[in-house]
Design a protein around this ligand. Sequence first.
Ligand SMILES: Cc1ncc(C[n+]2csc(CCOP(=O)(O)OP(=O)(O)O)c2C)c(N)n1
Ligand SMILES: [Mg+2]
Length: 626
Amino acid sequence: MLTRSDSESAVRERARAVAKAGGIEQALAKGLPKLIECSLSEALVLGLLKQGVRKYFAIFGHGSTDLGNVLRIYEEEGVTRTINCRNEVEMAHAATALRWQYGEVSAVVTSIGPGAMQAFAGSLAAASNGVGVYHIYGDETTFGEGYNMQQVPKEEQGLFGRMTAVMGQSYVLHTPEGVRDALRRGALCVNHPYRAGPFYLLLPLNAQPAKLTVNLAALPVKPELPKLAPADDKVIEQAAAMIAKASKVTIKAGGGTRGHDTAVRRLAEAAGAPVVLSPGSTGVLPDAHPQNMHVGGSKGSISGNYAMAEAELVVVIGSRAVCQADCSGIGYKNARAVININGDFADLTHYNNTTGLPGDIGAVASRLAAKLEAAGATRNKKDWLETCAAKKAEWAAYKRKRFMCAPLRDEVWQKPVLPQPAAIKIVADFAKQISAAKFFDAGDVQANGFQIVEDDRTGDTFTEAGASYMGFAASALLGSALADKPRYGIAFCGDGSFMMNPQILIDAVEHGVRGMIVIFDNRRMAAITGLQLAQYRQEFRTNDRVPVDYVRLASAVAGVFAVSGGDSADELRTALKKAYAHNGFSLVHVPVYSGSDELAGLGAWGEWNVGNWCEDVQGAWIKQDL
Ligand SMILES: Cc1ncc(C[n+]2csc(CCOP(=O)(O)OP(=O)(O)O)c2C)c(N)n1
Ligand SMILES: [Mg+2]
């Protein structure tokens, strides 16, 4: 029988061998035996490592002490890194951001029950935005010796596994030897080329320390899948002919186009098509490119929604046709046909009258562009591009007026303060100047944000528009704590969203994040106030009467530098500079106007199937053929 320290030293020796060799495969090549006896917890850590996963966000509990112990030893030997967090929703968001922003896959570790449920809730953001992350939760014991504290209190098996399987894919490690299969499935799920998402590993409390024989050589590595595209040119030629023939073609670039900047630009130029962006794809075409029409959809823009409504042919790329993105299905009012480029067959065939070009966006779009270039497909599109450019100029003038708007007298603040669009623009410009990544939280801050940003490439803005999860932006900054090459980030948060997840103040200091939160404080959840007023002309329970001194609140955390953004554009610019000069984590509090002045908002340009608009929207949807 091994003593505790004997078994710890065996774990430590393996960790050391892996660290010294620089990886499992290298360690095997240097003589580490491929068959080892270890605990399920260690097998899991080794298996994840073989896929390149060596970073963990954790809040431990009685449901994960054994795994925690292995992570301690592996960290001491320099193999893995674990950071402790303050809230599971926050750390789920941080893991999502680490993958989304930096491409690094990590794992979230919780206890059983409430911790798992919170991380699970947070994983909606990963699921909604197609971001691959591992979630590892403690689970009830497999012997059934009695209720485990914090399990789902029912006489049924595998309930956490079932719950998580609804959101993504999950695997209950009831049998420790199942770890190899679990990790093979997980590797594909989190690294899926166009439908990645969260993969949940449920670790029963008694299975974690259970011993098994693992074949290190057989643990699955990260799958490297080749890019796919249609096997022959038939459908590409068909699509090219449709585009060449039509005089009004619009490209809708969904979130899936992120990172395919070159291919989208080439296709747009070859097709003579204006490009309408989604909240998640700003930057795919440079802001100043004459064919960039800005965002379209239920919030949208003058130019984006115009290009959607007038097009006779729509080229949809990398979009899952979210209702906000296509005005609940009625955004393409004159379109008779769709060409769709998507890897996912369900998304590909979402609209009727679709010519589907399945496959990798870069591969397919480039082949289509080549055909269009050869055919000279832009010849009949001059008038169309000119009217679109005029609409873009109209949108630019409309925005400029709002950006230049002087402080407005606000009822709650009892003084003139900046309107939100003007304040967001100042911060967005500052982010560009210092080359910071921008994260937008939910609410008006998010909607105004994607209407405002002027990005020139993918990857400068992260707006979690899939779930619009309040608290995402501030929490996302924690992703940088584990990034190999962290970039300065600015989280744009409403007062409501910030209070959902203020834990970042402590976690950012603890884990050395350099970044900034800017709170746009209108003392209410204004996005909902706005909807209520637009739909029912009455506000209901979207504000409170409790003033909060956010500068003092944040300053109470040692290491956070907090400053007021003042009430004017100049004061805000000065505050941003001061906040950025702090070598660490900062917070800028900006009081913003809330009220009926039309210069305080950027408008809504499309339709949405909510509240008392449903009847009209659905009526229109039934009549349209797409
Ligand atoms: C966790 C969560 N709860 C509720 C909502 C619904 N919701 C969307 S925006 C919003 C209000 C946001 O308020 P705030 O952050 O202050 O931004 P503002 O609209 O005032 O700019 C609410 C309640 C949500 N998206 N996420
Ligand atoms: Mg607010």
